[in-house]
Design a protein around this ligand. Structure first.
Ligand SMILES: *Cc1c(COP(=O)(O)O)cnc(C)c1O
Length: 456
């Protein structure tokens, strides 16, 4: 741009809206209207800045602007954070079987239609039988998420009555889900017992009155109390509840059906164990360690589950047909004994350090060959999603050389966006939460994002 050109001449150098639209080629009326807005904006900006603009460049820019605006904000990403259940990245990725089931359920399905009888059926029956089979419970019911399952259990079993909770379990799960608030919303009255670090069965026993509706136990999902601690055994709480004719509700949070100790992780109480210990209702999430869609699951005694199912709140928190389909397909993997091989969450958790090291080496080699300086590093990955607090697994990552913040930003702008992990001022691509079949795409995406426009 020449400094000598007077302002009036510069304005004359800008193309008209019509000229730009003409340069954009053939457009239907709708596309034309949408592009016109972007063209007007671009011309106005150039008029203000004084930069020149030709019609073809303006048309390209307008198209790019519209495409950028049309791009959904929720997009598939590559999770290289090393956190398997990353709440911000959608928690559990689904299995192929679950994805296929969701696709089928997207059309007309017998979600509330009894095919045998040819009349209206039960939405809540589809998952009940398989839930009973894989957990050992008498019955089960599915709702929108576990927060809703806890709310429903308390509303159905203890509204306008007291619920006894250990002080050390009055937790905030994250996303503002606080047990005392949920209790209040359910219409139950909270009775705290014990101290932050120690609570005994006798504390609960002393708090039971004729106003008590339930004892609630909440899994400490995201923190751990260490040192001088004590808590009542679930078995003893179940016995106390039975003796006094009240309900024992156990919110497991993540709710695993497989033993986590098999993968070098700490022991996480399984759903089967919680039921065997005598809880009337056990609640857990569908999209944490279960490895399925967002859902809340309540399993337990038939008569107790019946109370949940017939509660008016049920209508407001019922699952949609697509979630039901994905959940049933996920549970089928447990029924078939193929969960560890089939469900992405367990495939990730069970990946050995040796296999992660081999994959990291291959990724580093591919990046280096394309001129992206990097090295393989040892990391500790986590399960996340309110499971196994403080527990880590040995993992491997490819650390990139360069300015961590700037590299992270470029990776987030890649297609698909790559979300890495910043450790020791470096950005690292941890392979724990990446499935092996995505390794190549990860390499290609990182190379396209970083190798193209020179290094940062
Ligand atoms: C995660 C969690 C919840 C909430 O489950 P959502 O499925 O996210 O609603 C409730 N309780 C515990 C103990 C949890 O860990």
């Amino acid at each position: 741009m020449s400094k000598e050109v007077p302002a009036a001449d510069r304005r004359r150098a800008l193309p008209s809206v019509d000229a730009v639209l003409h340069a954009a080629g053939e457009l239907d009326a709708h596309a034309r209207r949408r592009l016109t807005l972007a063209v007007r904006e671009i011309i106005a900006e150039r008029r203000a800045s004084g930069e020149p603009l030709d019609a073809a460049a303006a048309a390209r820019e307008a198209r790019a602007r519209v495409a950028e605006r049309d791009r959904p904000t929720m997009r598939p990403v590559l999770n290289a954070t090393g956190v398997v259940l990353h709440t911000n990245l959608g928690r559990a990725p689904l299995s192929e079987r679950a994805i296929a089931a969701m696709r089928e359920a997207a059309g007309a399905v017998s979600v509330e239609y009894d095919l045998a009888a040819g009349r209206r059926g039960e939405r809540h029956g589809h998952a009940a039988r398989i839930l009973a089979e894989v957990t050992g419970a008498e019955d089960g019911v599915v709702v929108n998420n576990n927060a809703a399952a806890v709310l429903l259990a308390l509303a159905a079993l203890a509204a306008r009555r007291e619920v006894i909770v250990a002080r050390g379990e009055l937790v905030e799960i994250g996303g503002g889900f606080r047990i005392p608030d949920v209790l209040a919303r359910s219409g139950a009255k909270l009775v705290e017992v014990g101290t932050t670090n120690r609570t005994y069965v006798r504390d609960y026993a002393a708090a039971v009155t004729e106003r008590t509706g339930a004892i609630l136990r909440v899994h400490s999902s995201n923190f751990r109390v260490v040192g001088f601690t004590a808590s009542a055994a679930s078995r003893d709480l179940a016995k106390l509840a039975r003796e006094r004719g009240i309900a024992f509700v156990h919110d497991l949070g993540s709710g695993t059906l497989l033993e986590t100790t098999r993968y070098g992780l700490g022991a996480e109480e399984t759903v089967q164990q919680a039921l065997a210990d005598g809880a009337d209702v056990v609640t857990f999430s569908g999209d944490k360690l279960l490895g399925g869609p967002q859902a809340g699951i309540a399993v337990g005694r038939a008569e107790t589950i019946a109370k949940l199912r017939s509660h008016p709140l049920m209508r407001a928190i019922r699952p949609d047909k697509i979630a039901i389909a994905a959940l049933v397909a996920t549970l089928a993997a447990y029924r078939d004994g193929s969960a560890e091989r089939e469900l992405p969450v367990w495939r990730m958790i069970s990946a050995s350090p040796t296999s992660l090291a081999r994959r990291a080496k291959a990724l580093a080699a591919a990046l280096a060959a394309a001129g992206v300086a990097c090295e393989v590093i040892e990391t500790r990955s986590t399960v996340g999603g309110g499971s196994l607090p403080e527990e880590t697994q040995p993992s491997r990552a490819v650390a990139l050389e360069g300015h961590a913040t700037r590299l992270a930003e470029r990776l987030r702008r890649a297609d698909p966006p790559v979300i890495g992990h910043v450790a020791l001022e470096r950005i690292a691509l941890d392979l724990r939460a990446v499935l092996p079949e995505d390794d190549e795409r990860l390499a290609r995406t990182v190379i396209a994002a970083l190798a193209a426009k020179g290094r940062t």
